[in-house]
Design a protein around this ligand. Structure first.
Ligand code: SF4
Length: 365
């Protein structure tokens, strides 16, 4: 084993917390199997052979977004021919069909910052879904969406989240975190809320008992120090709030297809992440984020076959069936647009793990 890795291994054996310097050293180390072995021992201690999954529908109420991050292939302007907004009835019908057809236990709902959709749209939709399908966990609205709704409603983040929770919001996804460092955000999402604001929304949600995830979008213009800083800031907040359930790193998808590349904005400095990097990021996240219970491999971004290998590099959360996922597909992902729960369970077993149905609060079913 690489000597840096051996020292980090001793540290872990002594129960010592890794620091930012260890994080950088891990990114600089190319002993992938060694890093993976350390991460896997943490994963096994926490979860044994368990793999958590949900039967979930992805629902994107609108693709109209005024924020237009340069990496995003999903968003549209309101006058684009393929711009859309679902009515509350249409969104409710899609969920009802998914309950009937697939028996979903969770809906994952995120979309653009569309000035035509106010807080009332979401509270009404959540109320209807929660009363008709109490078994469906509503995981919805990334921190930038919550922030956008709050500013347009003239309410505080806390008041906005209280109303959403009261109407049925069960938890929040971790989107919009990208890389928290200001310099990186300036390049890839200058119109989006700052890293500090992203953390504040999650802190507020945790204070109200709303569990959330945290994502990291890597493989664009960030460097190792940015990735480590990102994880450290999330770890610091988690020490205070304990509200993050799962950390979800995923790679910038398919250079060549999104606005950042079409505009020639940074395309030359962008290389698509390799499976080697993806496994390394997952394993390092498992080692640095010692206070976040779960680590998710977001297979729509990495492909499903890869996700099964990731289960042996620290990940215990395979997300879900991800039915009708379209954000990654629009960025060019070749992963299937959803799996049946039977296929998901069969593949988890084939990889010698034990499937456990859960929702994003990680209450097992
Ligand atoms: S990532 Fe989100 S906020 Fe950014 S352009 Fe896409 S939909 Fe809008």
């Amino acid at each position: 084993m690489d000597s840096t890795l051996r020292d980090i291994g001793f540290k872990l054996d002594r129960g010592e917390r890794l620091n930012a310097g260890d994080g950088i050293a891990l990114f600089e180390c190319n002993d992938l199997l060694g890093i993976g072995r350390l991460a896997q021992s943490v994963r096994t201690r926490l979860h044994g052979k368990r793999v958590h999954y949900s039967v979930n529908l992805h629902l994107n109420p609108t693709n109209i977004c005024v924020t237009r991050c340069s990496f995003c292939a999903f968003s549209r302007s309101s006058d684009d021919p393929d711009a859309y907004t679902l009515s509350i009835d249409e969104a409710e019908t899609r969920i009802a069909r998914a309950v009937e057809r697939w028996g979903i236990n969770e809906v994952h709902m995120v979309g653009g910052h569309n000035p035509a959709l106010g807080l009332d749209y979401y509270t009404e939709l959540f109320r209807r879904v929660a009363s008709r399908f109490p078994e469906v966990f509503i995981k919805a609205l990334s921190a930038p969406e919550v922030h956008d709704l709050a500013s347009r409603s003239g309410l505080s983040i806390k008041e906005t989240l209280e109303r959403l929770k009261k109407s049925g919001l069960g938890g929040m996804p971790g989107g919009g975190a990208e890389i928290l460092a200001a310099e990186v955000r300036k390049q890839i999402c200058p119109q989006k809320i700052s890293g500090e604001e992203w953390l504040k929304v999650h802190e507020t949600a945790h204070g109200l008992g709303i569990p959330t995830n945290a994502t990291m979008l890597y493989g664009h213009v960030e460097n190792y120090a940015d990735r480590v800083d990102h994880m450290m800031r999330i770890r610091t907040l988690q020490d205070e709030t304990h509200g993050f359930r799962s950390f979800v790193p995923f790679p910038y998808c398919r250079p060549g297809l999104n606005a950042q590349d079409r505009a020639g904005n940074g395309a030359t400095s962008v290389t698509m992440s390799s499976g080697f990097t993806d496994l390394k990021v997952l394993s390092i996240a498992r080692l640095l984020l010692d206070n976040i219970p779960h680590l998710k491999v977001h297979w729509p971004a990495t492909d499903f076959k890869f996700a099964l290998a990731a289960l042996s590099f620290g990940a215990d959360d395979i997300g879900g069936t991800n039915l009708h996922e379209r954000v990654m597909r629009e960025a060019g992902s070749l992963a299937p647009a959803g799996l049946s729960s039977g296929d998901l369970v069969r593949c988890i077993r084939e990889a010698d793990y034990e499937p456990f149905l859960a929702d994003s609060s990680f209450e097992l079913r």
